[in-house]
Every structure is written in structure tokens, then in C-alpha cells.
Design a protein around this ligand. Structure first.
Ligand code: NAD
Length: 369
């Protein structure tokens, strides 16, 4: 099978879909891998590391697109890339299905199949292919480092000749995959950590990482939806959540928000008035800013200062730790390919429990996410 690795062109995207050690594994499995020139540069994998792993490096993007059986990318390739592909080729990448109607229609009419990495089912069997989890892990770590570096105060307790500095207080809102990694990272930096989530199951996970759990009364019992995700809160519950978060914020030095509801805008959990109640020099990092934001004042890609509080809205956090984010993304892809390749060729069976939900275009048809 001829596998192609595309150079990413989206703004803020430094990751690469396959890293050299994964390339070597695929070549050992008798596949051919071609990598677009410079594809790994943003993740600190120069072209010669791909050549050493057995790949060829291609300068002509259109030739690469037209000669492969499977095209791998982090972000979905551009519309014009689809036009250069042969019928029967499969593209595997993040797709952002909500904004991909035109892209999927073009792929279907070209006979190109599209598999969306964000739609890997979150089942035990597919865990090794789950890029949402692997990239959220990187995002949670980077969120804390970035937030801490903007904070006017230290996080660890220090006893020095210049006096004793008490430990900083970090608060993590939303304790899913990214939030749990943020808790662990803030603890490693020496902060006293607390966290909040609407799902009942999370309390024990938060406490097992050495953080305290902020309670919001009777909220958790009905807040869990199918698949372990959260659901939108009713007005009563939302009021209780805001009160619990609002009472906690004035003592905090660093706040990381990661709360998300699949398919919906991120829940609004920190208002401008709540920001104004915080100590000057504190930081809020809104890791949900790309889906609308958990903080009323955060803006994608911008730093806002309000009442002395810095509000960060970073976009594409995993890409800021591009090498390890790519290593993890690449292992997820390798695992998916090993699962989908039968007798040396990619096999997309629409009734397959993993390929079925991921497949958004196949056999000339667009499929629903
Ligand atoms: P996510 O990114 O959709 O959401 C992040 C967190 O925000 C979640 O914990 C959610 O409960 C929380 N949240 C939503 N609304 C909130 C609100 N109003 N206030 C506070 N918090 C709020 O979730 P995720 O991190 O992708 O994963 C969520 C869960 O999915 C995991 O904890 C786990 O149970 C499950 N999961 C399963 C697998 C698997 O089985 N392979 C893999 C990954 C995740």
C-alpha cells in the first residue's frame, strides 16, 4: 500500500501525522511511505530522519496526492488537494465535520473516502487510536505551563533566605482527559490544586490525583450523558455551578478551563464579574476557547487583561508541543492502519464498529457524522 504524509498548511499547525519511527514500522510491514518535503519540520523531524526510516521525500505535492492509496494528515487537506486525488484513495485526518460539507461533497464526487480521526469511537478496543485523548493529554499539560508562565506569582512553595513563598492555588474546571492532565501537571509544579466537573464519576479521579473537588450541590447526578460525556445543564443547575465556581475564584492564582459538551458550544462558566473578583496578577487559561470559550472574556489566539487578571485563549495547544503531540498522533494512526489493513490494502467496511462511525465519505456517497 502506498501511504502519503502531507505537509500541514493550516495556521498554527506544527504537527505531522506520521513520525519516522512509525514510518519504519509501516515499511517493515511492506508498505511504501512518501512524505512531502518539510512535512516534519514543524515537529522537529527533518526530511533526512524520514529517509533514514525508509521513506521517500516528495517535492511535488500533486504527484504525491495522485500516486497514493492512503493520504495521512493532521488537519483535513485543502479542497484543491482532493481534486488531485484518484478515485479509491482514502484520506485519514481530523476533519471537523461540522464545517466540512463542501469538502465531503467534493471527496465523494471524486470517489475519495474520508475517515475522521475525531470520530474514532471511545471504546476499549479503539483506545490506542483515540487522538482526542492523546492530543487532550498534551493540551492539558501545555495549558498549565503556559498559564503558569503568565502568572505574577510562583506556584511552588519556596523557603528561601528572602522569605517564604506560600504555594500557589490552581483551579481546573472540567476534569476530562485534558483537565486530569492539567491537575497532574499543576501538582508537579507544586500548586495546591482543586477541580470541578459536572460528572459524578470525576470526583474520585480528581482526588486520586491529589486535588480537592469543588462541590456544586445536586448537580452531578443528571449531568452525565451517553459515552461518559457531559450534557448541557438546566438553568437551576447552571446557577448552582456558577455560584460554586464564583465562590472559589477569588482565592485562585491560576485557573485552567477545559469544559466541553460534544457537538455544542462550550459551557459559559466564568463571567466578567467573576473575573473582576479575582486577585490582580492571576491567570485564566481558557482551553475551550476554540469552541466558544468557558470564560466570557476569552478570545481565540488573544491575551486579554481585565481588572489585572490575564485571560489567555490559546488555539491548538497540542501543536505547541509539536514533537510529542505528533508522536502520539502517529501511534494512533499506526494502530488504526494495523486494524484496517487486510491483505496489504486498506479495507473500509461500513458495518465495522471502528471504521463505520469514522467514515464520512465512501463509494461516492457522503455519510452522516
Ligand atoms: P470533553 O472534552 O468533552 O469535556 C471535558 C470535560 O468538561 C468533561 O469531563 C466534562 O464532564 C466537562 N464539562 C462539561 N460541561 C461542564 C460544566 N458545565 N462544568 C464543568 N465541567 C463540565 O471530554 P473528554 O475529556 O474528551 O472525555 C470525557 C470522558 O470521556 C472521560 O472522562 C471518559 O469517561 C470518556 N473517555 C473514554 C475513553 C475510552 O473509553 N476509550 C477515552 C477518552 C475519554
Amino acid at each position: 500500500m502506498r501511504i502519503a504524509v502531507l505537509r500541514e498548511t493550516a495556521p498554527h499547525e506544527h504537527r505531522v501525522s506520521l513520525v519516522p519511527p512509525t514510518v519504519a514500522r509501516l515499511i517493515a510491514a511492506k508498505h511504501h511511505v512518501a512524505v512531502e518535503r518539510g512535512a516534519g519540520a514543524g515537529a522537529s523531524f527533518p526530511d533526512d530522519t524520514y529517509v533514514a526510516a525508509g521513506a521517500t521525500v516528495a517535492s511535488d505535492r500533486n504527484a504525491l496526492l495522485s500516486e497514493c492509496d492512503v493520504l495521512l494528515a493532521v488537519q483535513r487537506p485543502a479542497l484543491e488537494d482532493i481534486g488531485a486525488m484518484r478515485s479509491g484513495t482514502a484520506v485519514i485526518s481530523l476533519v471537523q465535520p461540522a464545517t466540512a460539507a463542501e469538502y465531503l461533497a467534493a471527496a465523494a464526487s471524486q470517489g475519495v473516502s474520508v475517515l475522521a480521526m475525531e470520530l474514532v469511537p471511545r471504546t476499549t478496543k479503539a483506545q490506542t487510536m483515540d487522538v482526542l485523548s492523546s492530543q487532550a493529554t498534551v493540551a492539558g499539560y501545555q495549558a498549565v505551563l503556559l498559564g503558569a508562565s503568565h502568572c505574577a506569582r510562583l506556584l511552588p512553595m519556596l523557603t528561601t533566605a528572602a522569605g517564604t513563598i506560600p504555594p500557589g492555588k490552581a483551579f481546573i474546571v472540567g476534569a476530562g482527559v485534558a483537565g486530569l492532565q492539567a491537575i497532574a501537571t499543576a501538582r508537579r509544579l507544586g500548586a495546591v490544586v482543586s477541580a470541578f466537573d459536572v460528572r459524578a464519576a470525576v470526583k474520585e479521579q480528581v482526588q486520586s490525583l491529589g486535588a480537592s473537588f469543588v462541590e456544586a450541590g445536586e448537580v452531578s447526578a443528571s449531568a452525565e450523558a451517553a459515552g461518559g460525556y457531559a450534557r448541557e445543564l438546566g438553568q437551576d443547575q447552571q446557577t448552582r455551578v456558577l455560584a460554586a465556581i464564583g465562590a472559589h475564584l477569588p482565592q485562585m492564582d491560576l485557573v485552567i478551563t477545559t469544559a466541553q459538551i460534544p457537538g455544542k458550544p462550550a459551557p459559559r462558566l466564568i463571567t466578567a464579574a467573576m473575573v473582576a473578583s479575582m486577585k490582580p496578577g492571576s491567570v485564566i487559561l481558557d482551553a475551550a476557547v476554540e469552541t466558544g470559550g468557558n470564560c466570557e472574556l476569552s478570545r481565540p489566539g488573544e491575551t486579554v487583561v481585565h481588572a489585572g487578571v490575564t485571560i489567555l485563549g490559546p488555539v491548538n495547544l497540542p501543536s505547541q508541543i509539536a514533537q510529542h503531540a505528533s508522536v502520539m498522533f502517529s501511534r494512533n494512526l499506526q494502530s488504526l492502519l494495523e486494524y484496517l489493513v487486510k491483505d496489504g490494502a486498506l479495507t473500509i467496511a461500513l458495518d465495522d464498529p471502528i471504521a463505520g462511525p469514522m467514515c464520512l465519505a465512501h463509494g461516492g456517497e457522503v455519510r452522516k457524522a
